[in-house]
Ligand binder design. Structure first.
Ligand code: SF4
Ligand code: SF4
Length: 158
């Protein structure tokens, strides 16, 4: 368990992470929801019942084998705590889908700054997909494989 309660920055030690084998098999969800808050839109959003809770204050329980990486849950989480990573198609690159609620919204093909959880720039990345649900967007970027566990946001270039 990291010191996220004092820093606000959740680490891999705090969450469930798919196995290397599952990561190689295709896109898969990453959920960074660690507080026992009364919230469950992620459960209803999933068409594969890959996210479950016994009671509404549970943290989400994830079945990585059932998840198909559709990213429908990414835009339904009010805490902006859900991401989808796809490290299955390349030895050097991964795609990551992040929730985004700022303006302007980047277009597919645009270069943006990929940010870490502190908001620091990690690298330049190409936007490879943009989807919208309500006022929340799911922006998919392609990043260097080594950066997929640190990138969790983006900044549009001036
Ligand atoms: S990415 Fe799709 S299949 Fe996976 S947990 Fe989210 S909604 Fe369910
Ligand atoms: S919708 Fe988001 S904040 Fe709410 S329980 Fe699910 S992952 Fe956590």
């Amino acid at each position: 368990m990291s010191d996220y309660k004092s820093t606000g920055v959740i680490s891999l030690d705090d969450i469930e992470v798919p196995s290397d084998e599952r990561l190689k098999a295709g896109p898969v969800v990453i959920i960074e929801c660690v507080e026992n808050i009364p919230c469950d839109p992620c459960v209803a959003a999933c068409p594969k019942e890959a996210i479950s809770m016994d009671i509404i204050t549970d943290v989400p329980d994830i079945d990585f084998e059932e998840c198909i990486g559709c990213a429908l849950c990414v835009t339904e989480c009010p805490g902006l705590a859900i991401f989808v990573v796809d490290c299955s198609y390349s030895d050097e690159k991964c795609k990551i889908t992040v929730p985004y609620e700022y303006l302007p919204v980047p277009d597919k093909g645009e270069m943006v700054y990929a940010l870490d959880k502190r908001g620091d720039r990690v690298q330049k990345a190409e936007v490879v997909n943009v989807r919208q649900s309500g006022k929340t967007y799911g922006i998919t970027m392609e990043v260097d494989k080594g950066n997929v566990w640190s990138v969790r946001g983006l900044e549009v270039m001036e």
